[in-house]
Write a protein that binds this ligand. Structure first.
Ligand code: HEC
Length: 177
């Protein structure tokens, strides 16, 4: 009984201390603040498990088609993905290095992801990171699948291919030529 009371009292003290720490402004929300290793590990685990469980929309059969991949490259340019993630022959904007977590170089991650997982991330975004939901701003599923077709091919797309496929496309936010 005494032990239970002690545990209860301790729990209350910890809760009060945590509330004072977080609501008192002692916790830093700075983007430059490094996460402790255990937080980093947990965030990655939670993200992967969440995406794997939610990614249930089935990929259409045409993801390998050349025309689909090229249309996806244009979407990738026009929707602003290049700004944060870069593209073959195109640098990401400097500010993207200041995001925390920073946007990955997609050609290094796509081989470990299914098209369904990539689709879900682009459509829904990743909460509390810089990764926006493109579904929320009205990008049609069909166009998101084209983007997926393109990013799946990223490790094999040359600078010249990307330039040719996107000629005439302007990056999001830039004035059309
Ligand atoms: C404002 C910056 C920003 C823009 C614009 C942006 N992203 Fe992201 N993206 C991020 C960040 C930051 C992450 C990493 C999130 C994390 O670590 O959990 C990310 C993660 C991703 C991932 C998951 C990578 C993985 O490890 O599985 C994919 C796929 C992705 N972005 C694709 C896109 C596509 C396609 C577009 C354009 C339609 C786009 N992003 C536009 C910032 C951005």
């Amino acid at each position: 009984m005494r032990l239970l009371a002690a545990i209860g009292a301790l729990a209350i003290i910890v809760a009060i201390a945590a509330a004072a720490f977080f609501f008192g402004g002692f916790y830093s929300v700075a983007g430059t603040q490094e996460d402790p290793a255990i937080v980093k590990w947990a965030l990655i685990k939670v993200r992967s498990a969440s995406i794997a469980r939610h990614a249930t929309d089935k990929a259409p059969g045409n993801l390998g088609d050349k025309a689909t991949v090229q249309a996806g490259a244009r979407q990738f340019m026009e929707r602003g993905c290049v700004t944060c993630h870069g593209a073959p022959g195109a640098e990401w904007a400097k500010f993207s290095e200041g995001l925390h977590p920073d946007p990955p170089d997609l050609k290094e991650v796509v081989e470990g992801r299914s098209p369904e997982e990539l689709f879900w991330v682009v459509k829904n975004g990743i909460n509390m990171t810089g990764m926006p939901s493109f579904g929320a701003v009205g990008v049609a599923d069909d166009d998101i699948w084209k983007i997926v077709a393109f990013i799946k091919q990223l490790p094999h797309v040359s600078d010249a291919d990307f330039k040719a496929w996107t000629s005439g496309s302007a990056p999001a936010g830039a004035a059309k030529q």
